[in-house]
Design a protein around this ligand. Sequence first.
Ligand code: PLP
Length: 492
Amino acid sequence: MIHYTSTRGSKQIKTAAQAVIQGIAEDRGLYVPEEVPALPFKLEDLRGKTYQQVAFQVISAFFTDYTEEEMQACVNGAYDSKFEEKEVAPLVKGGDVHFLELYHGKTAAFKDMALSILPYLLTTAMKKEKEEKKICILTATSGDTGKAALEGFADVPGTEIVVFYPNQGVSQVQERQMVTQEGANTHVFAINGNFDDAQTGVKNIFNDDAFAEELAQMNCKLSSANSINIGRLVPQVAYYVYAYGKMVEQGVLKSGQPMNVVVPTGNFGNILAAYYAKQMGIPVGKLICASNENKVLTDFINTGCYDIKRDFYLTNSPSMDILISSNLERLLYHLAGGDAAQVKELMDSLEKDKIYQVSEKIKAGLKDFYGGFATVEETNQAIASMYEENGYLMDTHTAVAYKVYQDYLGETGDHTPAVIASTASAYKFADSVAQSIGLGAEVDGFAYVAALHQKTDVRIPAGLKDLESKAIRHTGVLNLDQMKDSVRESLQ
Ligand SMILES: *Cc1c(COP(=O)(O)O)cnc(C)c1O
């Protein structure tokens, strides 16, 4: 059985079900598997497996306390016809690279890959653990997690969900998706701050013992739908395993040959899932970590110094406008050989001094990673050239990854076949994408959706089609010090 332990050394060891319910460890650390399981099948046997089959086997390998029947029900409930592509995550060639399209779920971003299954994993865990309290999911979002979590948890019995997004820090389409959310248990607030403020505010609420006690009196318990929850992260490992199988099936690779992976990165969850796939035995070569102008990770990978004493930029890839990448803590733990005291020291230093420098040992472990970044201008150029030359439409986040991959090729000449994680539909960022491919200025984001469709004929995701006419149900705007009260009021 694989147990879960905190990156900061708490002595309380959890089952997967317990870790999923709790979200974040009592010492503020993140749950990590005590060991990363090996692939539960031979690499050659990956060929021909469906997405559901891969997801079932990969998630089961991590979450060993779920029975076969329980996991099968979770996977079947999650990856069904709500995905607009039968393959769930198709691998599509664009120019000389392959894109793993992770955005065909309900909310048109890759967050659906994990947030379609998290409610099943959580409610199953509640049954297994005989948890009778209502679970309140607190979520900070840079734009895409919020909607995917709302969609996943709307009207799920025994849960309430509260989402905080940065006011004016998300795209117009993203905002409208969230504020029109239906469901009696959904609560959405704009906060006067950026994503890091929202995430820190949520973490502070998690660590407020008196508040936890007060909620317990109300028969409630907090959990998280952010990628700090291990139940968010593990389902993402599956699509890198699946992608490898597809690369072999499509004849791009022979089974056993390495594949590079390129990931547009914000909170470091998606790329950490690729790292876990590599640890499981998928032949992943380089893990190419692409940032926008908030390039704290690029600098970290190149120097071993994580420094957030810098300006914060609002870019056209808002889901990556992040300086504090939470999941990096998990990588540090693994690279430090499980030395939780060292991780705690680094995290304390980040909180206190806004900077840390890792040991030589950790730095050596970073050699599997390449870090690069793209400016807004470079992102727009990448969208334009990919569309003009190959007719393939990238969203702004995917374009950041593509541009960084071009830099990687130029610098290293490493032409190992690569998969780029395509993380969102271009329509979520229609204004930037439309202007990049030469369409004129429109009055608002929704007019760009129509214009983009007219020019490219790319299908508009169902969830974005009637967005403009939907009733707005959530209008709250909060200061940071009102977050806790808003949770209390949402639960009453
Ligand atoms: C969340 C998000 C990212 C960043 O993913 P992380 O797991 O936070 O690194 C990239 N692109 C899009 C479209 C996203 O929604």
